[in-house]
Design a protein around this ligand. Structure first.
Ligand SMILES: Nc1ncnc2c1ncn2[C@@H]1O[C@H](COP(=O)(O)OP(=O)(O)OP(=O)(O)O)[C@@H](O)[C@H]1O
Length: 371
């Protein structure tokens, strides 16, 4: 292969206190991105994850140069790019809405950039990439005849084949069906590794983010709530928002009171529930919000602090079961994901517990983690 679709000259990407305020006539100024800072290493794959409207697309568009930056700096390598036009930034953009040339078929669309750069073997590179993204059958079609999922794969291929220093993808797999989505997601990760592009993927699909990313930024209302590896985000959430947003089924959150003993911390919850927690910073008597992931709840041993709960419903998914539980005095229900074969029955009372370091305590007012 020639230089185009082989390892690239990967560059670090740095965002320093980047802000975006949208100004629209007759409306209050709206700050959509409120001081984003990220140091992204060469070749790293970053996922931006967050609820609708949190500023993910705005961030990506500012990096691409499709949106101006209100303040702050964006650097690719040692070059400040925030004032450069999009074409001068050496960025590949796989946005869904990014125009393909309608008169050209998909093959010509993909080869276009390679030919302009006089890359040898362009046709073969297009064929190889198309095969890997499961779109060989689309090569002779015109963009107008493609479905949204097909357009998405073409946009992805077009971004990849440009051999950019930085690759930006906005919801690149959202229109694919479940099976194809899994396969293209894996291939995307393989391609990204092979070519070494510094990549940012915007997604609101947490599985996509957790499985693709080297590190991910969880965003909320224009700020980064936590930036870390998928393990850090899932196992060590910085606050209640991150714990609540990431994880499926959702984390259980309920009110409790920390009790400090020489042996450690126990939280009381409900009428007579207790759970051992590892939280040296908790003070005795402190009102807290307890976070317990369904995957971390397990049947309690006889001699450990536990929550006694009535089984409201038990759903058997074969690989695991989901028990929905009511704990006397605890608002809302608690879900526990139990190993295959446990099979609790509706109406039974069961005791659940968890490893103390998997019982998270949060400041109820601020949402901050109490460690
Ligand atoms: N051109 C614009 N003018 C004014 N407000 C805008 C403009 N573009 C986006 N916004 C607002 O900025 C906020 C962030 O939008 P953005 O598209 O970046 O969010 P997002 O996280 O990508 O959301 P989604 O997942 O729904 O695409 C939203 O409240 C949106 O309404």
């Amino acid at each position: 292969m020639t230089t185009a679709v082989t390892a690239t000259d990967a560059a670090p990407l740095t965002l320093t206190d980047v802000r975006k305020t949208y100004l629209a006539r007759g409306r209050e100024p709206f700050e959509a991105v409120k001081g984003m800072s990220m140091d992204i290493r060469p070749g790293e794959l970053i996922a931006l994850l967050g609820p609708s409207g949190c500023g993910k697309t705005t961030t990506l568009r500012m990096i691409a140069g499709l949106e101006t930056v209100t303040s702050g700096a964006i650097a690719i390598g040692d070059r400040q790019v925030q004032d450069l036009p999009p074409g001068k930034r050496d960025i590949g953009v796989g946005f869904e809405s990014y125009a393909l040339y309608p008169p050209l078929n998909v093959r010509e669309n993909l080869a276009y950039g390679l030919k302009a750069r006089r890359v040898r073997g362009a046709a073969r590179q297009v064929d190889q990439l198309a095969a890997r993204l499961e779109m060989s059958d689309l090569l002779d079609q015109r963009p107008a005849s493609l479905s949204s999922g097909q357009k998405q794969r073409v946009a992805l291929a077009r971004a990849l084949i440009r051999n950019p220093r930085v690759l930006l993808l906005d919801e690149p797999l959202s229109h694919l069906d479940a099976a194809q989505r899994q396969r293209v997601r894996r291939e995307l990760k393989v391609l990204q590794r092979e070519f070494g592009y510094t990549t940012i993927v915007v997604t609101h699909d947490q599985l996509e983010a957790l499985s693709l990313a080297d590190r991910m930024a969880v965003m909320n209302a224009g700020v980064i709530e936590q930036f870390g590896t998928p393990d850090e985000i899932y196992d060590d959430p910085a606050n209640m928002f991150v714990a609540d947003f990431v994880g499926e089924p959702k984390i259980n959150l309920f009110e409790g009171t920390a009790v400090r003993r020489s042996g450690g911390t126990v939280v009381r919850a409900g009428r007579d529930g207790r759970l051992a927690a590892y939280a040296p910073a908790a003070t005795d008597g402190q009102a807290v919000t307890v976070g317990l992931r369904p995957q971390d709840a397990r049947p309690a041993h006889d001699d450990e602090p536990a929550l006694a709960a009535r089984v409201v419903v038990y759903e058997d998914f074969m690989e695991f079961g989901l028990a929905t539980l009511e704990v006397p005095g605890v608002d809302g229900r608690i879900v526990a994901q139990l190993p295959h074969g446990v099979r609790w029955r509706r109406g039974e009372t069961r005791r659940i517990a968890a490893r103390p370091d998997r019982v998270y305590l949060f400041d109820t007012e601020t949402g901050t983690r109490i460690r």
